[in-house]
Design a protein around this ligand. Structure first.
Ligand SMILES: *Cc1c(COP(=O)(O)O)cnc(C)c1O
Length: 378
């Protein structure tokens, strides 16, 4: 039986092989490999697709977060509010600027930043060190951005959206990545737009800040060999940029296929005891992950793995419980419970209908014995 993977970058390559091979060959024969015409074109195409002022390609999604915060002047002594059910990258980037992360709990349904809790926290703490908020559009669904922008606007905070899992996600018809002053994207191979290596971008409506990011990604050079700012090397190379142009042209079709599979899961699993993804009104979910919840998460994951169905857990341990960022005094009940219960079912555009049916069948076999008994996991 073939193995069903949670994500499948190789399938993404095979689906676009002729175009990707042609793009690679074009770059190889151009003689131009770093910061060239392919990246220029990708930045223009990507920002046009989002409907925002511009995009700056960088080396990866983590750098995108860090450089965006640095461009906005975030640094030592500042605090940045985010959530603890995210990949370490979000927090690692905040800490790398010298700022301190502050965690707010999530909504139990969508598992996204609870903006009401954010509002209460800001009003209670009244901490002038809090300078920025990093909402994470987790799993493919965006945070309630109209309310978040209203709240952060009242407190005069900088907003940097983490869009690594939200390529094409809409809130009220407006793309994730176009709400905050800046936004970060990752093109890690498993993301909805994936490179075949590392890549990322900063987008946004603040053109002055974008220009600053553009300098920071290459040593702060405005003029070659003369640094206006302290920067670094965080360049996105021409091979990845050329490949990303191919992937960008395929994103709408890919997201449509993801939606088809998600709809199938939602219908086919509705009579199981699994808690299915909560869809917020007025937002489109782009299904980077299809995340179900159950207190029998580990048992279900093991059962499926035995059947060659590989599921991910995003994320098994909240950031404030990880050794590097441990904070024993902090309690985030909804975050902690989510991390204990979440399981990502396989979902990527390369999945066939029969693969999806097999996943559903194996879940049902474990969780819904007809006579009310549960089938032993072993
Ligand atoms: C993938 C991801 C990142 C980091 O992106 P890299 O390109 O791997 O550095 C940041 N935030 C979230 C939410 C992600 O999923």
């Amino acid at each position: 039986m073939i193995k069903i993977l949670p994500a499948d970058p190789k399938a993404a390559y095979l689906a676009a092989q002729a175009d990707i091979d042609a793009a690679i060959k074009r770059v190889m024969l151009s003689g131009h490999y770093v910061l060239g015409p392919e990246l220029d074109a990708f930045e223009k195409e990507f920002s046009a697709w989002l409907g925002t002022a511009g995009a700056v390609g960088v080396a990866n999604g983590t750098d995108a977060i860090e450089l965006a915060l640095l461009a906005a002047g975030i640094g030592p002594g500042d605090k940045v509010v985010t959530v603890a059910n995210t990949v370490t990258a979000t927090v690692s980037a905040i800490v790398a600027t010298g700022a301190k992360p502050v965690f707010v709990d999530i909504e139990p349904g969508t598992m996204l930043m609870d903006v009401t809790a954010l509002e209460t926290m800001l009003a209670t703490l009244r901490d002038p060190k809090i300078k920025a908020v990093v909402p994470v559009h987790l799993y493919g669904q965006a945070v309630d951005m109209p309310r978040l922008m209203e709240i952060t606007g009242r407190h005069n905070l900088f907003v940097m959206e983490d869009c690594a899992q939200a390529h094409g996600s809409l809130v009220g018809g407006k793309m994730a990545g176009t709400w905050g002053s800046l936004a970060s994207f990752s093109f890690y191979p498993t993301k909805n737009i994936g490179a075949f290596g590392d890549a990322g971008a900063v987008t946004g409506r603040d053109t002055a800040l974008l220009e600053k990011v553009r300098l920071l990604r290459q040593y702060g050079w405005r003029k070659r060999y003369v640094s206006d700012h302290h920067g670094r090397n965080s360049r996105l190379d021409e091979l990845q940029a050329a490949i990303l142009r191919v992937q960008l042209a395929r994103i709408e079709a890919g997201n449509r296929r993801r939606d088809e599979i998600a709809r199938h899961y939602l219908t086919a699993l509705k009579d199981t005891p699994l808690k299915l993804p909560a869809l917020a009104e007025g937002r489109t979910h782009t299904w980077h992950q299809f995340v179900v919840r159950t207190t029998r998460r580990d048992e279900l994951q093991t059962h499926l793995a035995r059947k060659d169905i590989v599921c991910g857990v995003l994320y098994p341990m909240p950031i404030h419980r990880q050794p590097a960022y441990h904070d024993a005094s902090l309690s985030l009940p909804h975050t902690e419970q989510a991390c204990a219960e979440v399981l990502s079912l396989p979902l990527h555009p390369g999945l066939k209908d029969e693969d999806v049916a097999r996943v559903v069948r194996e879940i049902s076999a474990l969780l819904t014995a007809a006579n009310g008994r549960t089938v032993p996991g072993s």
